[in-house]
Ligand binder design. Sequence first.
Ligand code: EPZ
Length: 425
Amino acid sequence: MDAFIIEGGNPLQGEVAISGAKNAVLGIIPAAVLCACSSKIDNVPDIKDVNKMIVILEKLGAEIYREKDTLIINTEKPISYDVSDYEEETGQMRASYYLLGALLGRYRKAIVPLPGGCNIGDRPIDQHIKGFQALGATVVIEHGQVKMEAPELRGAHIFLDVVSVGATINIMLAAVRADGKTIIENAAKEPHIVDVANFLNLMGANIKGAGTDVIKIVGVEEMHGCEYSVIPDQITTGTYMMAAAATEGDILIKNVIPKHMEAITAKLSEMGVIVREEDDGIRVIGKHPLKAVNVKTMPYPGFPTDLQQPMAVLMTIAQGTSTITESIFESRFKYVDELRRMGANISINSRTASITGVKSLSATKIRTTDLRAGAAMVIAGLIADGETKITEIVHIDRGYENLQENLRNLGAVIRRVSEKDPACL
Ligand code: EPZ
């Protein structure tokens, strides 16, 4: 298990370019199996979850060529709809659930192990199942596997009980090849939903309204390969914005879509951070002391839950008491004990954390509890007095491409050490 060693106190300076969106590409890669075809996908991030998805598809029979951030996915040869042998891979990431919708769409049947992913709450898939059943599938969950069959896949009117990113994309993946019209109401509106829908439409699907809470899909018989470039990652962008703000840095973040960052920009500006849209990116200039703010995580276009943990780190050194309310996941405060070990003043009441700013955090050994908590621990290490050791960074590798190189290029003093390295003990 690798760890990061970070010497705190160095303001980030310079430029960083954002890689492709994890939560978009993890829907787009399975979508490529919806026809016997070949698709070319650019701006694919080099992260563990993507690499795992590629391994699974190759084991199912797809031919995948990779060159830098470009993937060519060829599914002209039949691929298997039975993923049951690959529980180890699927169990390590949430997005393996997208194989359900894609294989049901192509083969009218699918056998996929229940998904894994960050331990941040209950995370049921009842809305996914509800959608597949409405489209005509019989669904059986046994021995940790979801088994589905739909002799006839037909369009349906589906109202989601909760706004779910995964259920919205999964139902889209199945419905694009169903007979007739499907309407998804109370749909999620995240940028990655729109990105997956755009990719599917380029493959010949007929989707309207992605990005709104009502998505209309008219099933098509034929689909074909396409060429597509994935959008920049909203959450990675937000992470670098917060790292600059926390370290009182001055950075230009390139290859971004400012519209996707509005909720984050608004909150950082409230804290007194300068966020400026420039021709080739977003400029973030940290101004201390930071002002305390109140944040509530919400589905897009609200403040993203995936930036809740990094935002909390900023609040630990702000002047006054901030609050952060987590409205999406039940237990996404597991990182708090690690920040308390660094001297943070945080109290939790149900789903709200009250964070009273302290003069500074003190460096120590902390662990990563999940992907975004990992990003938060890195930001905490960048501002702490002294040398911080962050263990179990495998979680971070799941979703951030070249994090330590990018930070080092921005002037951070950070290195990766492996278990065998005495420094890691
Ligand atoms: C996606 O997870 C993202 N993962 C998560 O990002 C992100 O936090 C989340 O959306 C919210 O934005 C991927 O895209 C791979 P949901 P997902 O379905 O699809 C409840 C990261 O760090 N719900 O939108 O699992 C659920 O329990 C990860 O990149 C049901 O009750 O999230 C939650 O409370 C972490 N039944 C809420 O809805 C269902 O069938 C939103 O979950 C589905 C969800």
